[in-house]
Design a protein around this ligand. Structure first.
Ligand SMILES: *[C@@H]1O[C@H](CO)[C@@H](O)[C@H](O)[C@H]1NC(C)=O
Length: 380
């Protein structure tokens, strides 16, 4: 939906007087495009991707918030070109890889996106954020899903100004909306002793409450023009180093895995419900829990030797205290499933992204992201 139109470039007339100058000019345009990160691969399958979620996919939205949930310090980003950015990973997150597979440039954080960059998409994800506004308040600053949707509305106004209402609406209907919410509604709400939630709801009731809220939020995005959704389910949260560290046996907490199961079940039902009620909508479900099971079951094949300990962190399973500023991480990061107490390594993020992009229906259904991107659009 965005292309730099070379003939409008103010330097053009001046430089086109000789072919040598033309070459200089083209190199300059190339450098400007590369420097501003608007290159992409030149094969964009969709106009843009808009991203909503939490720390698994945040890429810097919390950096300037008064928040304890930040990752803009070394050794986060140790394997990322450009170092720490606010990504809770040693390198790429899952959506970085998906953007690349879609032929898009890296999608900028909402807090940093400017000008025409937003035409390729924006990442609104915020560490500690949840479906519920109150989730994550233990970290103080964070941008809950409702507010992320509000920020998308601002972007939409910007896009509408730039393309005009008709073209903007047509383009938005072809974009991918990647939504991965819910982890913090458990980790930084239900499972926190200082939240009242556990006394108010049992596991099923809480999952129903979250699904009702989630349904309204996704319907709001639909009403703003979104049609192609990828919903990421929750991983096996009972197996992350932070939970393993609290488990007396040192094995995955069955209790936590069972607690989040009704949420994933509800998301699948919710997708059926929304698909029946919202004309022209397309949802696909990314089964992150199954992807994780597959990685652990076939760890050796994937090249992992450590599945139950963070690469950077302190204490049992290196999961009691998560990765601290300037802590020295493990050196063999591609052999670790977990980067810190809560988040996977870049290698896991990339494996999952690829399975989501062109994997089979055991990992993403009813269709993968490539198929979703290629679907013809019925504009309603
Ligand atoms: C799906 O729709 C049914 C029928 O309206 C409703 O009872 C149920 O709560 C919905 N479930 C979810 C998870 O949205």
């Amino acid at each position: 939906m965005h292309r730099h139109t070379v003939h409008k470039h103010p330097f053009m007339a001046k430089y086109l007087r000789s072919s040598t100058s033309l070459l200089v000019f083209l190199i300059m345009v190339f450098m400007i495009n590369s420097a501003s990160g608007q290159g992409g691969s030149g094969r964009e399958m969709v106009p843009a991707m808009f991203i909503f979620g939490d720390s698994l996919i945040d890429n810097g939205n919390n950096n300037n918030l008064p928040s304890f949930a930040k990752a803009n310090y070394f050794p986060y980003g140790i394997d990322f070109n450009g170092g720490p950015t606010g990504r809770f990973s040693n390198g790429y997150t899952m959506v970085d890889e998906i953007a690349e597979l879609l032929g898009l440039p890296l999608i900028p954080a909402y807090s940093q996106a400017s000008g025409e960059q937003v035409l390729h998409g924006v990442n609104y994800a915020s560490a500690a954020a949840g479906i519920l506004d109150i989730t994550g308040r233990n970290f103080v600053g964070r941008i809950p899903f409702d507010e992320q949707i509000g920020n998308f509305q601002s972007t939409l106004d910007q896009i509408t100004d730039s393309l005009g209402a008709d073209d903007a609406a047509r383009a938005i209907g072809r974009c991918i909306f990647f939504v991965g919410m819910g982890s913090n509604d458990y980790l930084n709400n239900y499972l926190m002793p200082n939240f009242p939630t556990r006394n108010q709801y049992n596991a099923q009731q809480y999952a129903d409450f979250l699904a009702a809220q989630y349904t309204q939020q996704l319907t709001k995005l639909y009403n703003l023009g979104a049609r192609k959704f990828v919903l990421a389910g929750l991983g096996l949260m009972g197996c992350i180093p932070s939970i393993l560290a609290q488990s007396p046996s040192g094995t995955c907490s069955e209790e936590v895995n069972l607690l989040v199961q009704p949420f994933n079940a509800n998301v699948k039902t919710m997708i059926n419900n929304l698909s029946a009620n919202l004309p022209g909508v397309r949802f696909t479900y990314m089964d992150v829990a199954h992807m994780f099971e597959d990685i652990v079951a076939n760890a050796r094949t994937y090249g992992f030797s450590v599945v139950n300990r963070g690469c950077c962190g302190i204490g049992r399973n290196r999961g009691q205290i998560t990765c601290l500023p300037f802590q020295t991480p493990c050196s063999d990061r591609d052999q670790y499933v977990f980067w810190d107490a809560f988040h996977p390594t870049e290698k896991v993020n990339i494996i999952m992204a690829r399975k989501g992009f062109n994997g089979d229906q055991t990992f993403i259904y009813p269709m993968n992201i490539e198929q979703l991107a290629n679907l013809d659009n019925e504009i309603n």
